[in-house]
Design a protein. Structure first.
Length: 343
């Protein structure tokens, strides 16, 4: 977008960024099938390398301009588009540029351009690998058994990933929230203005978000796996904090319900070992129809608890901007991508 179409101008750094993409395409053919992932998490991981490398090259260009290069003067900047409406998801869509640059910078520090070229040969498959450079890129296989019944049918599935889980909790950022505002900035790197590391999202191993439909009704099963039982427990407790922030009341051993508001729904939250499974549906009865192991009993119906699962809850005074149902997160994120200007 330019103010005067007859006199288009472009920022020098922006030009370098896009030229870097041209070179990537010439060297690696970015249209190859291996650059296309079937999950949201995989796409953002791959973009962490592609956009991160371009951002890293751009930053080196800027630095050289300050250190003596005779660079083209930048044009006067115009007004930026208002990002207020989509800022929360902008943090997610900005992930490949911010965390990606730190990832590529780390690769370069460990092995120079050869290490970056090697990464194009074996692309990162999860955002966890980009967030934690050096972590083995070997997320465990996610097994899932469809246990739906009474007219509920699975319609699609995706992987949210560590960056997506971070964004989910970041939306609740307040003084007592799982992610606090003062911890959102990365202070140990000049490349990344955001910190995508948080207590409830770190330790992610794998996840699968499976959406279900029955007529015009919707629900989902979200199965997450974690590195340790502690990581799984932190995620579970933080998720329940979000539910309680939205007014959820406990209905059974594993069951909560939000009675009013935009997110009025029923939820089953179960932890077994290093696995946390969340089932969402319009009513408590629907939870067991979406997943027959949801164990959606009410307090009156429940006569026992399982020792291998968490049954305690946490309380919070968090006041946040609201919990967005995960059944829509992929569509909303993809929409926000289209609304954001590329760098």
């Amino acid at each position: 977008m330019v103010g005067d179409p007859s006199k288009p101008t472009v920022d020098g750094a922006t030009m370098i960024h896009e030229l870097a993409h041209m070179l990537q395409d010439q060297q690696f053919d970015l249209q190859q099938q291996r650059y296309r992932h079937s999950t949201l998490d995989g796409e953002f991981a791959k973009d962490g390398l592609v956009e991160g490398e371009a951002a890293y090259i751009t930053e080196r260009y800027r630095q050289n301009c300050q250190d003596g290069w005779n660079c083209v003067d930048n044009p006067t900047s115009g007004n930026n588009a208002d990002r207020t409406a989509t800022f929360r998801f902008y943090r997610f869509t900005y992930f490949p540029y911010a965390a990606g640059e730190v990832y590529v910078r780390t690769l370069f520090g460990n092995g120079g351009w050869t290490a970056i070229n090697d990464a194009h040969t074996q692309l990162p498959t999860s955002t966890a690998t980009v967030i934690h450079p050096g972590r083995p890129d070997e997320p465990s296989n996610q097994s899932f058994t469809d246990r739906s019944r009474n007219g509920w049918n699975r319609i699609e599935n995706d992987t949210v990933g560590e960056a997506g889980i971070y964004t989910l909790f970041w939306r609740q950022s307040a003084s007592d929230s799982p992610i606090r505002e003062e911890n959102l900035s990365r202070s140990d790197s000049s490349a990344d203005v955001y910190n995508y590391v948080s207590r409830p999202s770190s330790g992610w191993r794998s996840d699968g978000l499976y959406t279900y439909a029955k007529g015009d009704k919707r629900g989902y099963v979200w199965k997450t796996s974690w590195d340790s039982e502690r990581d799984a427990r932190e995620f579970r407790n933080a998720y329940i904090e979000i539910l309680e922030t939205e007014g959820a009341t406990k209905q059974g051993v594993h069951t909560w319900r939000i009675n009013n508001g935009a997110f009025a729904d029923a939820f089953s939250v179960r932890r077994t070992g290093t696995t946390v499974t969340i089932v969402n549906g319009p009513t408590i009865d629907a939870l067991d129809d979406i997943d027959s192991k949801a164990d959606a009993t009410t307090e009156e119906q429940s006569t026992h608890t399982t020792n291998t699962e968490d049954t305690t809850t946490t309380t919070t005074t968090t006041s946040g901007p609201g919990f967005g149902g995960l059944i829509a997160i992929a569509g909303i994120v993809l929409l926000s991508v289209m609304l954001q200007p590329r760098q």
